[in-house]
Every structure is written in structure tokens, then in C-alpha cells.
Design a protein around this ligand. Structure first.
Ligand code: XMP
Length: 318
């Protein structure tokens, strides 16, 4: 695709010109936008770029390991991985209100990112995966990445780290970002990933979050996503995940009575995330997902499928 190749060549040249011999840092989330931005900047300036990846402990199963493999090893990028899971979990202790949880997670993310970026005091630029829709509606509901965006916006940077912004995807729509990503050699399944909210599993565990619930949810969610790929359904839906309810119900396993949590499988089809319908999966598919979750995940003995549309329901449960 000559247009994309042109775009990449032009942007790489611009980044080289702008950055010169300076250092750049970038907050890598593992999502499409920050990953494509990272690979593009890396193509231009190589090891002058360091990515900072914050593991909040509220990410999908094995997310940190996968990011190190996919981007650290495969693309040879320098990634500074910060395991902040204990910090996030301890700040979340006793917090059960959805907006309060968002605030705690957002604030903690900014604090961790700021502390970490002090290690790179010499960096002159902060690269970000801001895309065109972010530019036109900077009011959109977004998590830590947007917090970082506004926090680090012109004038918003702490005195000691006034960095210039580098936003190589600013002119692109999502589908163009995906094409650029593929052209850069990022595997198809990675450029097609669904969006993932900044507060992560923190808002998919209803009520108070703790380590045990995170583990349970990660396992259940991983099974659902795996089955979506296996059945070629992942790209048929816009966003799919599992929610863990703090509700226990009675079940039976062998001769034993069980009393465990309920998981809700959620999948939405949407164009703009403002309105959405639930995904109309074949029963057999839902049956497989339910059976696997109940049989393989200790702590869940009941699975429900969310058949609500937006509005009046939202896509997330919190
Ligand atoms: P709702 O639940 O409002 O979600 O229908 C619409 C889209 O926004 C995402 N979402 C968030 N993303 N921080 C984020 O970065 C948040 O606090 C947040 N809340 C919702 C949601 O995943 C969906 O894509």
C-alpha cells in the first residue's frame, strides 16, 4: 500500500529530524495506539526510545509478559517494565464505588509514571499514541492514557520534566492506525485488539477489588478471549470481556455443594461505542465458554451472558 508506505516514510523522516540525538520516552500500554506509535518511533530513532510499561496488576492475564515478548523481544525495543500491582491493590483496599476506583487508579497511574520517568530525566520528548479521534474529542471517556495525556499536556508537565510531545498518529483514524501497524510488521491479531479501559479489571470486578478476585477474573476472561479467537469470532465483535460479580450462589460439583462467585460474559457490537448491541453468539459457543469457565476456574460456579444493549445499559458494568 503506497499511501501507507509514504505515510510511514514521511513520519519516520519527521521524527528523525525533530528528535535529532535526543532521548524519547513513551507510555506503552499494550493497546493498539501506543504500540503502533512505539514501533513507528522506534523505526525512526531505535534505542533513543525507551518505553515505560506500567503493570497495574489490573491487566489481562499475562499481559506484561506478552508485551515484553511482542515488543521487547520481537521488535528489540527498550522497555522499562514497572510492576506496580501491589501499589494499586493496596490503594484500592476498601474502595468499592466505581468512580472512586477510577480516581484511585488514574491518580496512581500518573504517580507511578511520573516517578518512573524521573529515571529518564534527560529525555526531551514524550511520545504518545494520540489518534485523530482523541484530538477532536479530548473530552472522551478514557483512562490512564488520557489522564497522562491531559496531565502531560502543554503546561501540565511538572516543572522538572518539561517534555515536548511527539504524536506521530495524530492525523490517523483507528483503521488507518491498524493498517500502519500491520505495514510496520505488527502481527494482525495485535493490531486488531479490542479497546481496553484504563482502569482495567479494576472496573470489571464489581465492588471491592482484591488479588484473589483479580486472579479469578483473569483466568475466566482469558478463556473467553481464547474461545473467541478459536471460533473466529474475535473480529466479529467490538469489545468482549468477563465481569466478576461479588455474588455467590450455590452449585454442585461431584457430590459436593459449592458456593462461589458468578461471572458475566459480556460482548458488544458497536461502531462508535456510544450505542451498542450485545453480540448474538451461537448457543453452542456460549455453552463451551460457560463450561470451560466453570470447569477450569476455581471460584466461579455460575456464568451468565449479558443481553443488555447500550443505552440504557453501558458496555462496562461500572
Ligand atoms: P461504556 O461502559 O461507557 O463504555 O459503555 C464505552 C467505552 O469506553 C470504555 N471505558 C473506559 N475507557 N477509562 C477508559 O479508558 C474508563 O474509565 C472507561 N470507562 C469505559 C469502555 O471499555 C468502552 O470501550
Amino acid at each position: 500500500n503506497w499511501k501507507l508506505t509514504n505515510y510511514i516514510e514521511k513520519t519516520v523522516a519527521e521524527i528523525k529530524e525533530k528528535v535529532g540525538n535526543e532521548k524519547v520516552i513513551l507510555g506503552l500500554s499494550g493497546g493498539v495506539d501506543s504500540s503502533v506509535a512505539a514501533v513507528l518511533v522506534h523505526k525512526a530513532i531505535g534505542d533513543q526510545l525507551t518505553c515505560i510499561f506500567v503493570d497495574t496488576g489490573l491487566l489481562r492475564k499475562d499481559e506484561g509478559r506478552k508485551v515484553m515478548e511482542n515488543y521487547g523481544e520481537h521488535f528489540h525495543m527498550k522497555i522499562d517494565m514497572v510492576d506496580a500491582s501491589e501499589r494499586f491493590l493496596s490503594k484500592l483496599k476498601g474502595v468499592s464505588d466505581p468512580e472512586a476506583k477510577r480516581k484511585v487508579i488514574g491518580n496512581e497511574f500518573v504517580a507511578v509514571f511520573d516517578e518512573e520517568s524521573h529515571k529518564f530525566e534527560g529525555a526531551k520528548f514524550l511520545a504518545q499514541g494520540t489518534i485523530y479521534p482523541d484530538v477532536i474529542e479530548s473530552q472522551s471517556v478514557k483512562g490512564p492514557s488520557a489522564v497522562i495525556k491531559s496531565h502531560h499536556n502543554v503546561g501540565g508537565l511538572p516543572e522538572e520534566m518539561k517534555m515536548e510531545l511527539l504524536e506521530p498518529l495524530r492525523e490517523l483514524f483507528k483503521d488507518e492506525v491498524r493498517k500502519v501497524g500491520e505495514e510496520l510488521g505488527i502481527p494482525h491479531h495485535l493490531v486488531m485488539r479490542h479497546p481496553f479501559p484504563g482502569p482495567g479489571l479494576g472496573i470489571r470486578i464489581l465492588g471491592e477489588v482484591d488479588e484473589e478476585k483479580v486472579k479469578i477474573l483473569q483466568e475466566a476472561d482469558d478463556i473467553f478471549i481464547e474461545e473467541l479467537y478459536k471460533n473466529n469470532l474475535y473480529e466479529q465483535v467490538s469489545q468482549a470481556f468477563v465481569v466478576l460479580l461479588p455474588v455467590k450462589s450455590v452449585g454442585v460439583m461431584g457430590d459436593e455443594r459449592t458456593y462461589e462467585y458468578t461471572a458475566v460474559v459480556r460482548s458488544a457490537n458497536t461502531i462508535d461505542f456510544m450505542t451498542a448491541t450485545f453480540s448474538k453468539f451461537p448457543w453452542e459457543f456460549l455453552e463451551t465458554v460457560s463450561n470451560r469457565i466453570i470447569n477450569e476456574v476455581r471460584g466461579i460456579n455460575r456464568v451468565a451472558y449479558d443481553i443488555s444493549s447500550k443505552p440504557p445499559a453501558t458496555i462496562e458494568w461500572e
